[in-house]
Design a protein around this ligand. Structure first.
Ligand code: M6R
Length: 602
């Protein structure tokens, strides 16, 4: 996730860009940059780290009078967060900003290099500006060169380009990443979301995938694959707080809905035709490794547990999972043939960070799976895989859990291939299922309204048991954690086969059982466990693709062939249930009592 802002007009452009980027900083803050053309001359500034660094760098620069301008705040995907990798990227006479991932950039880059083009950065984005200038060198027509460039791009992009070849124009294109155009008289704005332009523009047009064009002389020309098209604007919202949530009631709700999209970001460039590739990893990290230990807290611990099932089952590598706060003081015996993995959304969790330092002192190799680049845990680790979930604001973690779990699934296949513990046929089946994950994460109106209706029956009682087996046991733990965090109701996650060893004593009609009953993994076994609870009058909410006649309430899921697709689909159901119960109880969904987003104390 990155953020983009653009502006054409007579106002002070630097301020418009910096204020706009401030609103988008939640989308990434590895680096930021702006480029402005005024009086037919290009100026640009870039700074790594938070936007304040760019503000400091530009404090003596002024840009009033007519001009065109673009700005960007970055969340690194290709290449480290350095100034060279910061946007805008420059060619000889043009600048580009981009949000998304150009999947075929390597192929384009090689072609351009063969033409003698010199690249400065490690980013996929830089190919756009060089490709534009390459075509311009052939035809001297800016818009034609831009259209040809867009035609060559595969993947997701929202992009703005300015060039001394057309100093009064901003070229734009969108496919798979968000972008809108704001209007106020002759002034034209571009942004990744509403908030940067609220209070400035009055009308807005939300670009559709496949649209591109240019803005000039107070007018926008819009095209798609069928040629030029007309469009109509609508009034821009005036409530900034609402706009930050993209119209959702809560950040948690927005983040649940975002999961499908961010999951694609997590996979782009990593899920290839016949294998998994991590540019962050190489075989050297796994040399001599015969064992994996994963350490994490809270939700990240639950994704770690899920990963341990996958790593042992599919990659055939022994894997133990530890809660970081326990690990630190148990005087663990560590062997140097163990790869030490930490998982953390924030990368700042004190217990996880200290566990990592302990493992490093013992000479273990380390890998972190994290959502925040440059965080303490990332910096401390030998290698890091970023989950690319984008900033998560809701204290109750949702999309971070989904993307952590996906990274662990991908890592499992990566290691399995490396250690030759998987056949190509099985790998192909896993990759195919993986590609379906964004679909399994989509929230339909039907599903959401069903859970809104159901939630009113689950506001009391003496407790919730989320139960599941195998991979669905960690999901049960996570479902229970979500509910208790934001509803303040008591909930436990339990392996369903373990209920009869004690907890079933609690069963009565006021004990709510949320039963995760996937079709593709031990269905008959789970069914028996749920029947035992039903026989003791427990109230059952069954989540399954298979109708279950003893259920008091039933949410039917769609996927039934691959456990991970069932996993992700059921995960969304448990998240929505927690959300709607919390809303009905009138709790603060995004900032529940007693909790903090980042736990930097032990
Ligand atoms: O940032 P981390 O993933 O290291 O945080 C770990 C836990 O504090 C975190 O997952 C917590 O449990 C969340 N509030 C769960 O929703």
């Amino acid at each position: 996730m990155c953020g983009i802002v653009g502006y054409i007009g007579n106002e002070e452009k630097k301020e418009i860009l910096l204020d706009g980027l401030q609103e988008l900083e939640y989308r990434g803050y590895d680096s930021a940059g702006i480029a402005i053309i005024e009086n037919e001359k290009l100026n640009y500034f870039k700074a790594i780290g938070k936007l304040q660094n760019l503000r400091d760098k530009t404090k003596d620069y002024q840009s009033s009078g007519f001009g065109v301008s673009i700005g960007h705040t970055r969340w690194a995907t290709h290449g480290k967060p350095t100034e060279l990798n910061a946007h805008p990227h420059l060619g000889k006479f043009s600048f580009v900003v981009h949000n998304g991932i150009i999947e075929n950039y390597q192929e384009l880059k090689t072609q351009l290099q063969e033409e003698g083009v010199h690249f400065l950065s490690q980013t996929d984005t830089e190919t756009i500006v060089h490709l534009f200038e390459y075509y311009y060198s052939q035809n001297s027509d800016s818009f034609n060169s831009f259209s040809k460039t867009i035609d060559r791009l595969h993947g997701a992009y929202a992009t703005l380009l300015i060039s001394e070849s057309s100093p009064d124009t901003i070229f734009f294109a969108k496919n798979g990443s968000p972008m809108l155009i704001g209007f106020d008289g002759d002034d034209i704005y571009f942004a990744s979301s509403d908030t940067p332009i609220i209070g400035r523009a009055t009308e807005v047009y939300y670009l559709e995938d496949g649209e591109y064009g240019y803005a000039k002389n107070g007018e926008v020309k819009l095209f798609d694959k069928n040629g030029e098209k007309s469009f109509s604007t609508k009034p821009l919202a005036t409530d900034k707080a609402m706009a930050q949530k993209d119209g959702y009631r809560f950040f948690m709700e927005k983040e649940i809905y975002e999961q499908s999209l961010v999951m694609s970001d997590t996979m782009i460039g990593r899920v290839l035709e016949d294998r998994i590739d991590f540019e962050e990893l190489d075989s050297e990290l796994f040399e001599g490794v015969t064992n994996i230990k994963i350490c994490a807290c809270g939700t990240s611990y639950h994704s770690a547990l899920t990963g341990s099932y996958l790593l042992e089952r599919v990659a055939k590598i022994p894997c133990q999972v530890e809660i970081a706060s326990e690990f630190r003081y148990k005087e663990p015996l560590l062997r140097d043939d163990t790869l030490f993995i930490t998982i953390s959304q924030s990368g700042e969790t004190a217990d996880t960070l200290e566990a990592l330092k302990m493992a490093k002192r013992e000479g273990l190799k380390s890998l972190s799976i994290c959502n925040v680049d440059n965080s303490s845990i990332v910096r401390e680790s030998d290698r890091a895989i970023l989950t690319r979930a984008g900033i998560e604001k809701g204290v109750a973690s949702t999309k971070a859990f989904a993307t952590q779990t996906m990274v662990l699934w991908m890592l499992t296949l990566y290691i399995a291939k490396l250690q030759k513990t998987i056949s190509q046929d099985r790998l192909d089946i896993e990759l195919d299922a993986m590609r379906h994950t964004p679909k399994a994460l989509l929230v339909t109106d039907k599903l959401h309204s069903k859970l809104t209706r159901l939630s009113k029956r689950y506001l009391h009682g003496h407790g919730f048991f989320f139960i599941g087996r195998d991979l669905f046991f960690p999901l049960a733990l996570e479902g229970a954690l979500k509910l208790k965090e934001i509803s303040y109701l008591h909930a436990e996650g339990y392996p369903s086969g373990e209920m009869k060893h004690g907890p079933i004593a609690l069963a009565d009609s006021e004990l709510f059982t949320i039963a995760l009953m996937p079709k593709s993994l031990h269905y008959e076994k789970i069914k028996s466990n749920v029947e035992e609870l039903s026989a003791r009058d427990a109230t059952i909410l069954a989540i399954s693709p298979e109708p279950f006649e003893l259920a008091d309430d039933f949410v039917q899921t769609i996927y039934d062939t691959h456990p991970m697709l069932e996993f992700f689909e059921m995960m969304v159901v448990t998240q929505l249930l927690a959300l709607e119960v919390s809303v009905r109880l009138g709790n603060d969904v995004d900032m529940p009592r007693n909790l903090a987003k980042s736990v930097t104390v032990e």
